[in-house]
Design a protein. Sequence first.
Lengths: 516, 432
Amino acid sequence: MTPTAPTLLEMRSITKTFPGVTALADVSLVVREGEIHAICGENGAGKSTLMKVLSGVHPHGSYTGDIVYRGEQVRFHDIRASEQAGIAIIHQELALVPGMSITENLFLGNEPRRRGAIDWKTAQRRALELMARVGLREDPDTLIKDIGVGKQQLVEIAKAFAKDVKLLILDEPTAALNEHDSQHLLDLLRGFRERGITSIIISHKLNEIEAVADTITILRDGRTIESLDVRADGVNEDRIVRGMVGRELDSRFPDRTPDIGEIFFEVRDWTVRHPSSDERMVCKGSTFHVRRGEIVGFAGLMGAGRTELAMSLFGRSYGTWLSGRVFKDGEEVRLKTVSDAIRHGLAYVSEDRKSIGLNLLDDIKTSMVAAKLSKIARRRVIDPVREHRIAEEYRQSLRIKTPSVDEGVVKLSGGNQQKVVLAKWMFTDPDLLILDEPTRGIDVGAKFEIYGIIQRLVAQGKGVVVISSELPELIGLCDRIYTVFEGTITGDVARGDADPELLMKQMTATKKSPTP
Amino acid sequence: MSRITDLQKNLFGGTTSNARQFGMISTLVAIVLLFQIWTDGLTLTSGNLIAVVSQYSYILILAIGMLMVIVAGHIDLSVGSVAAFTGIVVAKAMQEYDLPWPLGIALGLLVGAAIGAWQGFWVAYIGVPAFIVTLAGMLLFRGGNQYIGNADTVPVPEGFRKIGAGFLPEVGPDTGYNNLTLLLGVAACAGVLWREWQARQTRREMKADLAPLWVTGIRLAVMFGVIVFATLRFAGGRIGTSLPISGIILIVLVLAYSHYTRNTIGGRHIYAVGGNARAAELSGVKLKRVNFLVMMNMSVLAALAGMIFVARSSASGPQDGLSWELDAIAAVFIGGAAVSGGLGTVSGSIVGGLVMALLNNGLQLEGVGSDMVQIIKGLVLLLAVAFDVYNKSQGRFSVIGALTRPFRRDDPAAPAPPAAPNSDVDKAGVAG
């Protein structure tokens, strides 16, 4: 790429709002022909939304601003229109049919035809060509489910080439790949650059971006912060991190004087395998501890293995347990089922309250008591009066905004639903609460209240683990923060030492970064 | 809300799916009245009501089990075959090995439990979809019935026939009515009164709104009226007939299973599994055990239904229980259960089953052929569920809802005023 290369794509002051949220505010992006352009930002900064606007997933008219592509103003009404213009987007979740062969997948919806029937000969021949272009050596008749994730990714890219791509967009392409496959993919991108194909890459792995990108655009809170020329500006990881997190931490947390006791919960060498992949470990020898009265944070990027760690601890609800021991109050406990975990005083509030946290058919009171029905039952018969009274108590103490505890949980706002889930687990009277993204999708006021609830819980001598993708939240709330990268705990940072740059570095480092 | 919905709520009690229940009960009443007029009063005669109960009680028993299966998110296609298989085993055992009939009943229930354990094992512990397991079971046990019975009928002894064809005996003074049935009617009235009083007591303890006394009065009057009417009809039939034994078995089961599904931990777990299996599992519900028990219970009830049918027709045959599963499933869905699981009540399913039964009975009384009866039943099932689906989609995407949504949403959407967090600090401080 030469600095004077012509502009391939320009997105000008794109603004996109969803009900109640401004996802993109006046975002601009300039991509030059033949470059590798990286887009960086924290979770929720607007990267994916921007790419959805570009590819027509959010059609023209649902946003404001202009897109100029190859010198012309374009208006994509759906993803088909952008594909025809030569823009291909490859999502983190691959869009391949597992039970079909490589060839069948490559031409799905785009099958070469001859006299009304699929021309398999041509398809086969072209499949081999396309596979050669992405360096994929496989029998084209192999089923997708029989090849690894890395190769599946290559099939996805080859599929884009089948449609004559000019601009290739990769959303977290290496998130699910191992070191070797990632390296191959990055080499491939460099090869495309040689041949004049432009790529946009969204990635959390800053070392990779530093190695491969020509230009980096940083988004934060739905705004363009800056655009950096990697060579000219001498960009390194620190520089990118500063751009990504450089916001002021405002006082959005209730005051609290920590009263921290002795260690009561300990996990040693916790290793868990991915449920469907034999070679992938989602937790690699994790060791950590929690003290009474302590709020412990787990920082990490999406897919780092924090949720997997929490769920595998909570009665082996995720993956295949390989090794590791859990100690509570100095004694080893075996948590083979969720009921074991609940009995031993663990509670897990899931990150996805709608799909696995709540039964959306239930009303509020039923939800609140669901995890410990025995507490409101006499000889297995539920006492409706006690159920109602307990639900009322939580409604008042957590200030859940609802006319009645008989209302369905679907009717509540996200913040109030989250309070119901918290009540459900507080009702089990746990010693250790694991809260996974407790404030995701919740407005500022409710967040503050939930922080207050967490602080009240630790004041009672319980331990709380908070998993969050929002660094300011962890820094503001936690007494200690573990950083997790690809299933490995990479750091243990005390409250005083925690700053976004240090954390981000440890969350993205492939090697343990030197402590500053 | 409108006064009508208020009245509905007060009259029919409970909190969820009131409108649905109300709709079903009104449909049932409408069907009864329609046929009562059409058949010149034949529908509500003693003889006909008694016939309806003894003819359909086994379908209603199946509907109870099926409700639980469907609420848990499964289906059971094998119930007809399981019933037939149990029937032939019990009939053979009593005929060839002179098994006394009470032991025959026990044997039948054991056979049902064993079959249920077999099916529950595949569904719960191996993870084969219940549709497949019970489709296989449908073939297996139908074949089993014909294998054991040599595709022939096997008669059952007199004592055994009681559970299907027997009636409450005549005892006590000659009142012109069956005294035991009258007693049952009195007990039912007392039970209703007691439950009403309990419900009011509970609501008072919850400090919830109490329905005005006149509403309770109307409700009690309506229920008493129905009970008294039914009692007199069942007690006033031909001498020697009264409330069938199978009807009593049905009533006991309905009461027991209503209580179980509504008020116990086990019942809650079934709804939790059907509503969101993953969430239930993460709340400590033993998913596999619940699925196993639900499937097993269904087969035990199917075995019971099979025995009642055999007792009523005084012999077990190769065609017993054909397409029962469809009647039972239809009853449950007409009664308001959700295809995706998690919703539905025993009482709703019974009402749904009664709708089907009375429709069948009325059309037969009018001499409508079985071809038309099937067509009408098919349409009723389709329309009942379509009505439900339509209502639900209206709830989600109604025009008025869509128009007012931007205004109603303003609560989470509006940016929090800068002062709010600070004022919250004080409150949180107090609360903490």
